[in-house]
Structures are given as C-alpha cells and as structure tokens.
Design a protein around this ligand. Sequence first.
Ligand code: DHB
Ligand code: FE
Length: 291
Amino acid sequence: MAVIVGGIATTHVPAIGKAIAEKKHNDPYWKPFFKGFDYVHYWLARTKPDVAVVFYNDHGLNFFLDKLPTFAVGAAMEYRSEDEGWGIPVSRPIPGDPALSWHLINTLVADEFDVTMCQDMLIDHAVTIPMALIWRGPASSAKSWPVKIVPIEINTVQHPLPTLARCLKLGRSIGRAIETYEQNLRVVMVGTGGLSHQLDGTRAGFINKEFDELCLEKIVTEPEALTRYSIHDWVEQSGSQGVEFLNWMAMRGALTGRVSELNRNYHIPISNTAAATVVYDNQKESERKAA
Ligand code: DHB
Ligand code: FE
C-alpha cells in the first residue's frame, strides 16, 4: 500500500530561481532563507519519497483568465515548463505518474470534486522553484530529480476562489485516495506559495507577520480553525496573493495521520513575500500503537 510520509510547504517566488542559478546561497540576503532547507534535505534523505503530490496555483502559463479551473489534476507522463518572462532558467521536465494521477482523479470525482483532468499540462514557477529548493540543483540542470510528481492546480488567481474549507476537504480526499492505492509508494505532500504578500495595488508590499504566525500555529493541529476566514477576510489579513495559502490547506488536508511540525523557517522578505518553509510528520495510527 502507498504511505504518506509527510508534508512540506514553501514559498515559490521566481527570484529564488535566479539566486539558485547564481549560487547565492551564502549571500546575506538569501542565507536565512536557504538555511531553512537544511532540515528538508536531511528529512528527505531519511524518508525517501518516490512521488510528490504538489498543490500549487498556475500564474498564467498553462491556464489563463479565459479558462481557469478551480481544481485541475495533472495526468501526464511528463511535465514541461516554459519561459514565463521572469528571467529565470527554464526548468528541466519532471516525470509524472499517470497511474497514480488517475487513481486520485477517480477518487476525487467519486467524492464529488469535479476536477479538470490534464493529460498535457505546463508547470510554472509555483512547481519548479519548490522542486529546485526541495530536491536541489538548478531547475535547468539536465539531471533529473529523484521523484515523480502529480501536480494539482488550485485557482488562487481569478475570483471566486474556493474556500479554505473546500481546499482542506480536497486534500482529505486525496489523502484517503493515497491510503487505498495498492502500489508500495512513498508519497510526500507539497504545498507552495505564500505566506502573506501582495504584488499589486495600493497595498503592494503588504506583509502581516502576526497573521502568518497564527496560520503556522493553527495549520498543524487545528486547520479547521482557519476555515472560519472567508476569502475576503484572507485577502484583508494576508494580501491579495496571500490566498496562495489555499495550497497549504490542501497539503495539510492530505496528511491523514497524527501531524506534528518537524521544522519551520520564517523569513521576511524574500522579494515581496513573507517566506516560510515547513516540514510536517504524518504518523499513522497503527505506527503510533506499535511504537
Ligand atoms: C512573487 C511572489 C509570488 O507568489 C509569485 O507567484 C511571483 C512573484 C514575488 O514576491 O516576487
Ligand atoms: Fe505566486
């Protein structure tokens, strides 16, 4: 049976791609951010996942405002990226796991999530930057990262957006689907984007540390407590792009066991964002009893 080894969430600012390409890891601006990945790398070396399910929002590379699904699931053999115009290296292609994708899609539709199914899907910086941070190496390198991915897009761009509760439930459906998948796969859940940030309008540059800290506390053991915020409240508290936290909620929902925070790094600013990186353990009930 497949197991969910845990969850990782991190910001996806494009400027990180340039910093990686230029090896700025020890530059004073970047060091406090990149240091947050030492634990991620240590943890991955121990947990060795085969597949990453990546919850992210597309920023106009694959979907545009004319056709924008609330939820879309990749079911491709391979995911390519393209130049999005940020001046960062274009990522290497990342292999998919179509059999797992279809299992997730079947479960989601049975659970009444009518998702868009994508057998061809470009992935943007919201997937490729976290991959380069989590599994290391410039995104443009010819080497492959040691995991396959199932990218799951959540609309955080064009209102109306799905609620926090809906994204938590989407994650739960995926968590249950993975637990019933018969292949012996080790799966890590990844959520990208956030935390508080706003790129446009009169509040451009807005960051709310107090609210970010509340989110980082609540999401671990009480994610439901965050569902009382409407999307309107969220924009007010976290900025118009702070809604990328929906990807974090879905990641958290997919952790079906007892969840604890193994590591947290929070740093202001990276470009316009409050940048956070977390690692969550997901311990199954049966493993706890045996321990
Ligand atoms: C930035 C943040 C984002 O979430 C994004 O998608 C692009 C840019 C930024 O802070 O520069
Ligand atoms: Fe973004």
